[in-house]
Ligand binder design. Structure first.
Ligand code: CCH
Length: 293
């Protein structure tokens, strides 16, 4: 074992390694953080409470069926960023690494601290992904409030939690070659804040059709000479009477947003995972087992 390698279960060492790779001057807005948060969310957001399938356990995106879901376009960048961490700490599973990276990225961007527990296992083949059809489960940004409820209620979230989770769009940007949408939601997309809610609820957003025919919403910020964007699903939060009060509250109260976001992001990472009193995951059939025993 080389000196740079850590002991099995030394998550603090992995956290340090993730922190060290976040600064990426040549990539997007200079940080790998946003795409890592999206990786953590897409690995967890496949959960279906009715069939108890999907979720972050398994790291199914390594296999073509789930990885090739059009909703996951671009997430290979996140996985490539993390590969050296996996090489230096080979005991960690991909499913733990991806979720931990999302939590660390949020914290390092100035967000709340996220309670995270390890012990996930990785699928050794794609049997479960194919059998349970783990694709097409993530939200479609061209849709409205009804679609958001259908998808997030399936994961087990309520209206307030849907809005809180959406606040992650304060990080990062849309890429034409990944989703078809273009641009950042806020002016400082590497800093975690409640700016997304502030801008969504206070600016005048205008519909815009991109040359590709994709429809989004735009606001031109003259101070920074930056064009900001909102997805149709972001605008749906403002138009819906169940979602809108939460958009306004989170825009006015950063502490409330940080508290609620920390809770709901943790819940997202744990979807489909059952633990015993010691925190050991009990519902894995993977013979590799967790690290906590
Ligand atoms: Fe999201 N998101 N997201 N999103 N998302 C996109 C980018 C990010 C939807 C659609 C898109 C959440 C919820 C939703 C992030 C975190 C979260 C993009 C652009 C689309 C489209 C992808 C591209 O082109 O690169 C829709 C629809 C929903 C419905 O609610 C939730 C929940 C989270 C996390 C908690 C982050 C971060 C990004 C930026 C990624 C980057 O590469 O910069």
């Amino acid at each position: 074992m080389s000196v740079s390698q850590s002991k099995k279960g030394d998550f603090a060492a992995v956290r340090q390694a993730i922190k060290a790779l976040l600064h990426q001057p040549e990539y997007d807005d200079g940080s790998a953080g946003p795409v890592l948060v999206r990786l953590a969310w897409h690995s967890s957001g496949t959960y279906d409470i009715n069939t108890d399938t999907g979720g972050s356990n398994g790291a199914g995106m390594r296999y073509e069926y789930e990885g090739g879901d059009p909703a996951n376009a671009g997430l290979q960048h996140a996985r490539v960023f993390l590969e050296p961490v996996k090489e230096a700490h080979p005991w960690i599973t991909y499913s733990d690494l991806w979720t931990l990276a999302g939590a660390v990225a949020i914290e390092e961007a100035g967000g709340p601290s996220i309670s995270w527990q390890g012990g996930r296992t990785d699928f050794v083949d794609d049997t479960k992904i194919l059998k349970n059809k783990i694709a097409g489960r993530l939200p479609d940004a061209t849709q409205g409030a009804g679609h958001l409820r259908k998808v997030f209620y399936r994961m087990g979230f309520n209206d307030q939690e849907i809005v809180a989770l959406s606040g992650a769009h304060t990080l990062g940007r849309c890429h034409g070659d990944r989703s078809g949408f273009e641009g950042p939601w806020v002016n400082n997309p590497t800093r975690f804040s409640n700016q997304y809610f502030k801008l969504l609820s206070t600016l005048e957003w205008k519909p815009k059709t991109l040359p590709s025919g994709v429809k989004q919403f735009m606001y031109y910020d003259e101070d920074t000479e930056t064009e900001l964007m909102m997805l149709p699903t972001d605008m749906a939060l403002l138009a819906d009477p169940g979602f809108e009060p939460w958009v306004r509250r989170y825009g006015e109260d950063k502490d409330l947003f940080f508290r609620d976001f920390a809770k709901v992001f943790s819940k997202l990472m744990e979807l489909g995972i059952e633990r015993d009193a010691e925190g050991r995951i009990t519902n894995t059939d993977n013979e590799l087992g967790g690290y906590l025993s």
